[in-house]
Design a protein around this ligand. Structure first.
Ligand SMILES: [Zn+2]
Length: 219
């Protein structure tokens, strides 16, 4: 899998300035040590999220992060991905690649009237932000899919590589982490004013490498 960096995808003009201004908003790469696919994607609050993908045949492939791969019957057993994998703040995501099909787009664009209603009520809310960001994508599937590739949890596999990767992810929007887009709302908490730390690309890359090593050990 080829390394791809997506830059200047997210509009950060009304965020406080910081390291995020010079960082990509998404990266895909193949971990050198384990060969596993990795992703970093900037999430909804501007904080980075890290993901490591396992191929079909891995014992955790297709498994929710709270489910036991052995169906041992024990509640909250130690076999579950969330209790046996360690990454920043814990594992908070397990899924296949985001669906970028035309069907998915049709469903997505059918929500436009709802978004418009909400945006009228809350002009600086999430719906208004979405409408602004995705302008031009409601009537153009290709534009949506292109933006989706730069924003969603999915990868572009190399020629001949399988695309049914199953992702385990963590986010860096926990207590003590800077969530850069929160500064837009004038919120002082989560913006670094109380000693929160921004988990940057280098940090999240290292966490992905650690997670890849743990997943590779379970093959
Ligand atoms: Zn179990």
């Amino acid at each position: 899998m080829e390394r791809i960096e997506y830059r200047n995808v997210i509009d950060k003009t009304d965020w406080k300035r910081g390291p995020w201004n010079d960082e990509p908003d998404k990266i895909q790469w193949q971990d050198a040590e384990t060969g596993l696919a990795c992703l970093i994607v900037r999430g909804p609050v501007g904080a980075l999220c890290g993901y490591v993908g396992v191929p079909a045949g891995h014992p955790f492939h297709g498994l929710d992060y709270g489910s036991c791969p052995q169906s041992c019957g024990g509640d909250y057993c130690d076999h579950r991905p969330e209790s046996s994998l360690d990454a920043h703040g814990g594992i908070t995501f397990a899924s296949g690649c985001s669906d970028l099909s035309r069907d998915r787009w049709e469903k997505w664009r059918s929500r436009k009237p709802e978004l418009e209603r909400d945006a009228k009520k809350y002009p600086s809310g999430d719906a208004a932000q979405s409408l602004k960001e995705w302008t031009g994508c409601f009537d153009n599937y290709e534009a949506w899919a292109e933006r989706g590739h730069a924003r969603f949890i999915c990868h572009t596999p190399g020629p001949g590589e399988p695309d049914n990767t199953w992702w385990f992810g963590f986010d860096c929007a926990h207590a003590g982490d800077i969530c850069p887009s929160m500064s837009r709302l004038g919120l002082r908490s989560m913006s670094g004013d109380y000693g929160e730390v921004y988990r940057d690309i280098d940090y999240v890359t290292a966490e992905c490498q650690k997670l890849a090593k743990q997943l590779a050990a379970r093959r």
